[in-house]
Design a protein around this ligand. Structure first.
Ligand code: GLU
Length: 293
C-alpha cells in the first residue's frame, strides 16, 4: 500500500530479449530515485507482444535484477494479463469518437505516401497518410465482414481539439526533472506522430495505451526511463488528458551507447547482463560500466 503522496517509481522492461547495460541504467536509476524520495519501486513486465515476449526472458529479468541488488515488490504486474483494462480504455476513446479502424497494409500505406518520401515521425517512420480516416460505416462494415485485419488509430486532429478543450487554454505539456533537481515544463506536440495506433492487429492495445493506463493504475508518480522515450511522452500526455488520468512527473535519463554511438539494442551482439555476469563481472562492475560507480 502507498501512503498518501508517497512516490511510486517503476522499471518497465519488455521481455523481448536479455537485459543489457541500458536496462541496468534504467533499473538502477528508478531504484535510486525511489530510495532518494522514500518511495516504492515496482517492476512491470510489458509483455503485450505475443510474438516477441518469452517466459525465458521474464525469468532472466528477475534473475538479473536480483543479482544487481534491485529489490522489487510482489506481485509484479504483467501487461498480458490485463488486456481487458486496455480494451476498456480504448473503448472510452472510441466512445469519444476518437478512434477509427485502419485496414491498410504496410504496402498500401507506402504506396499512398508515394515516392516523394512522406513526412516522418520522431522515430523516423513515415507518417500515416490518413488513408482510412474517412471510411463510411458501410465501407467499414464491408471490410470487417471480409475478415480483413485492422488496427485502431487515434484521430489526432480530433483528439487534440478535445484535449485542448478539456485543458481550457492551458498548454499540453509535462514536467521533466533532472538528477540535479532541475525542473522544466516541456511543451507537447503529439501531432508529429500522426494518427498513432492505439490497438494493434494482434493485440487490443499498444505500447502507448498500456503504458499510460498502467502508470495511472499503479499510481506511478515519477516515470524514469531512457531518453529514447522522451518523444513518446507527447502521446502519453495527450492520452492522459483524454482518459482523465493524472500526469506523473518524468525523468528521461541518458542512454548507454556502443562504440559507434548507437543506443544498445536487444540484439545478440550487445553485451547482456547475463553474459557479463558469466564473464566474471560483479554488480559493482555493472554500476561502474553504466557510469553510476
Ligand atoms: N517497455 C519499454 C521498453 O522496454 C519501456 C516503457 C517505459 O518505460 O515507458 O522499452
Amino acid at each position: 500500500m502507498s501512503l498518501p503522496d508517497q512516490p511510486v517509481l517503476r522499471f518497465a522492461p519488455s521481455p523481448n530479449g536479455a537485459l543489457h547495460l541500458g536496462h541496468a541504467l534504467s533499473a538502477l536509476t528508478a531504484w535510486a530515485w525511489a530510495q532518494r524520495l522514500g518511495g516504492r519501486f515496482l517492476v512491470r513486465i510489458e509483455d503485450i507482444d505475443p510474438e516477441r515476449s518469452s517466459e525465458a526472458h521474464v525469468k532472466g529479468i528477475f534473475r538479473d535484477l536480483a543479482w544487481l541488488g534491485v529489490p522489487w515488490e510482489e506481485p509484479v504486474l504483467r501487461q498480458s494479463q490485463h488486456l481487458d483494462r486496455y480494451e476498456a480504455a480504448a473503448a472510452r476513446l472510441a466512445h469519444l469518437g476518437l478512434l477509427y479502424p485502419c485496414f491498410a497494409s504496410r504496402r498500401e500505406i507506402a504506396e499512398a505516401n508515394g515516392s516523394q518520401g512522406a513526412p516522418r515521425d520522431p522515430d523516423g517512420a513515415p507518417l500515416y497518410p490518413g488513408l482510412h480516416r474517412g471510411l463510411t460505416p458501410e465501407e467499414i462494415a464491408a471490410r470487417r465482414q471480409s475478415g480483413k485485419p485492422f488496427v485502431m488509430r487515434l484521430d489526432m486532429a480530433k483528439a487534440l481539439a478535445l484535449a485542448h478543450g478539456r485543458l481550457g487554454g492551458a498548454p499540453l505539456d509535462f514536467i521533466e526533472l533532472d538528477e540535479a533537481g532541475g525542473v522544466q515544463r516541456v511543451a507537447c506536440d503529439p501531432a508529429r506522430w500522426g494518427d498513432v495506433v492505439i490497438q494493434r492487429k494482434d493485440v487490443p492495445t499498444s505500447y502507448h495505451l498500456s503504458v499510460v493506463v498502467d502508470d495511472a493504475f499503479q499510481g506511478i508518480t515519477h516515470v524514469t526511463r531512457g531518453r529514447d522515450l522522451f518523444v513518446s511522452t507527447d502521446v502519453h500526455r495527450l492520452l492522459q488528458v483524454l482518459l482523465d488520468l493524472p500526469a506523473p512527473l518524468y525523468a528521461h535519463h541518458r542512454l548507454i551507447v556502443d562504440e559507434s554511438g548507437r543506443k544498445l539494442a536487444k540484439s545478440a551482439r550487445d553485451t547482456s547482463l547475463a553474459e557479463l555476469r558469466a564473464a566474471g563481472a560483479s554488480p559493482a562492475d555493472i554500476r561502474r560500466m553504466v557510469g553510476l560507480g
